[in-house]
Write a protein that binds this ligand. Structure first.
Ligand SMILES: [Zn+2]
Length: 546
């Protein structure tokens, strides 16, 4: 075949490599693995598979026990019969029903509490944006009631996503003296949408974990049994972001007016302003909040996995480029069309398959990167990015020498790869590097097209960003109004966190293979560059660098 050009040869390679990539997904997203929930038998099977492949592809064990880094988690579940919420006014107690408000076991709920409440608008304090919902408010010893939106804050998407995240928001409220939170879901998000981190699904009753603003692990889960949801935390109290939160409540639309009664304000008024992203009034609420809470706790252990391709440069080999993906998914839940298994093929067996395929390619091409490349499969992303947080804070290598995280999570290889959307594109020099890498494959780079979706903090790269490590994440890009735009959004609507994210869905395997090759090129460029990646001077996230 004389007429075969380079492009056609690449195409042939992509077809074969796409099949190798897909084979990993066929194992990981099989019904046998039961949706790989952290701590489950299916997750343990997935761990064995990945450890085996890391060995096959020549990676050195880089965990604390072979390839494994065991992580301890604590689960918390509210004992509803022994828990209650009431508002007390002039000595009269009004007990709230589940349709009004529910408590979140993710917090550090006190067994019994009675305290005042203040409505603090959106509950944000962002000095660099000259924005302060807490100015002039005395929150000491009180519960902060707020709307879970970044509403009237005028700031870039990543900043809004960061300051609106559960951990950051609570850190600010706690510093102002608050002892708990009561949260009104963002009315801009559709009911039951499971909006991800920084949002709370507005369903009735709301998911339990929404009360601390982190619907991760609840709002994003498969809406399983009728009982209260189980919250997952890292077992180490030093790593628990809700520490000190003695009260945590999600308020429904119906419940809102019971909180606002006598204050001169109504739920309708507040929701209307919040829907329009208008500034909100701030005012003390009338009466006290009386809570009782009993929480059932269990300990679970599930590992991250780390495998190393050692660097070739005598000096740079002690620096590490991390390429990460999450091994867990949401497990077994409410059946849809008779199917209770949430297989998680794209989310995120696709990312794990990519890191394995990247390891294979680098082995077979005899890659000799100057810096070391650390292949990381993490637990408990679906529980709130917990496995990656543990690794980023307690890494198995010197934390100061981790130079970047390249995270592959649900990057959506559903059509040909012509555009690559990059989250974090403008934040660090990694953005320039991925532009170079993509260009060689005739792929154009796009910035995040839907910053309101908070994707920059909705996966494991955020755990590294918070530790000051420049990071990127990806989606297959498209232009608005094209068939690809429709395929992307239909998928989010029909398959995201549903049993239909399984092996029967249409996927462009060759396009995934092209993506894998671009990531190989990106990793090699980052590993070989004389200078380690740097945050851009105007990046909000530069502050975390040490
Ligand atoms: Zn997910």
């Amino acid at each position: 075949m004389l007429a075969v050009g380079a492009a056609a040869l690449f195409a042939a390679d992509f077809a074969a490599e796409g099949d190798l990539w897909w084979a990993h997904i066929q194992f990981l997203a099989d019904d046998n693995l039961q949706g790989r929930e952290t701590g489950s038998e299916g997750y343990r099977e997935a761990v064995k598979y990945v450890a085996g492949k890391m060995e096959t592809f020549g990676l050195k064990p880089a965990g604390t026990s072979g390839y494994l880094q065991p992580v301890k988690f604590e689960t918390r579940q509210l004992v509803e019969e022994e828990s209650s919420i009431a508002i007390v006014r002039e000595g009269v107690e009004e007990v709230l029903e589940r349709l009004d408000a529910i408590q979140s076991a993710r917090a550090d709920l006190a067994p019994a509490m009675e305290t005042g409440m203040v409505f603090v608008g959106y509950g944000l304090r962002v000095p660099e944006a000259k924005y302060d919902d807490l100015a002039g408010i005395d929150l000491r010893g009180k519960v902060a009631v707020y709307v879970n939106s970044s509403g009237a804050l005028d700031a870039p998407g990543p900043v809004k996503a960061h300051v609106g995240s559960a951990g950051e928001r609570w850190a600010v409220l706690k510093a102002a003296g608050a002892i708990g939170v009561a949260v009104i879901a963002n009315p801009r998000l559709p009911t039951g949408a499971g909006g991800g981190r920084g949002s709370a699904a507005a369903g009735t009753p709301p998911p339990a974990a929404a009360a601390d603003g982190s619907s991760a692990g609840a709002g994003r889960g498969p809406a399983g049994g009728r009982g209260p949801q189980k919250a997952f935390l890292l077992a180490d109290p030093d790593l628990q972001e809700s520490i000190g939160q003695k009260v945590a409540i999600a308020i429904t639309r119906r419940g809102g007016d019971k909180f606002f009664a006598g204050s001169g304000h109504t739920m309708e008024e507040i929701l209307k302003l919040a829907t329009e992203n208008q500034p909100l009034p701030r005012f003390p609420l009338v009466g006290t909040l009386r809570t009782r809470a009993a929480v059932r706790r269990e300990t679970i252990e599930a590992p991250n996995l780390a495998g190393m391709l050692a660097g070739s440069d005598p000096r740079l080999k002690d620096e590490y480029v991390v390429v990460s993906a999450h091994l867990d998914h949401v497990g077994v839940g409410r059946a849809i069309n008779g199917d209770p298994l949430y297989n998680g093929a794209m989310d995120d067996a696709s990312g794990i398959a990519s890191i394995l395929e990247i390891a294979r390619i680098m082995k077979e091409t005899g890659a000799r990167p100057k810096r070391s490349i650390l292949f990381l499969a993490v637990a408990a992303e679906e529980k709130g990015e917990l496995g990656s947080r543990y690794f980023a804070i307690r890494p198995t290598v010197d934390r100061k020498r981790i130079v970047a995280d390249i995270n592959l999570d649900m990057y959506m290889p559903l059509f040909d790869l012509k555009w690559l959307e990059v989250q974090g594109l403008a934040e660090s020099t990694l953005g320039d590097t991925i532009r170079d890498a993509a260009k060689a494959f005739d792929v154009q780079v796009q910035a995040d097209k839907e910053p309101d979706q908070n994707r920059f903090i909705r996966s494991d790269q955020y755990s590294f960003i918070r530790e000051g490590i420049p990071s990127l994440a990806f989606k297959f890009g498209y232009e608005f109004g094209t068939p690809e735009d429709k395929i992307f959004h239909d998928w989010i609507r029909d398959r995201y966190h549903k049993p239909s994210d399984d092996l029967s869905q249409p996927v462009d395997k060759a396009a995934a293979a092209k993506f894998n090759r671009i990531i190989v090129s990106l990793l090699e460029k980052v590993a070989d560059s004389a200078a380690r990646p740097q945050w851009k001077n105007d990046s909000f996230f530069k502050r975390f660098a040490r």
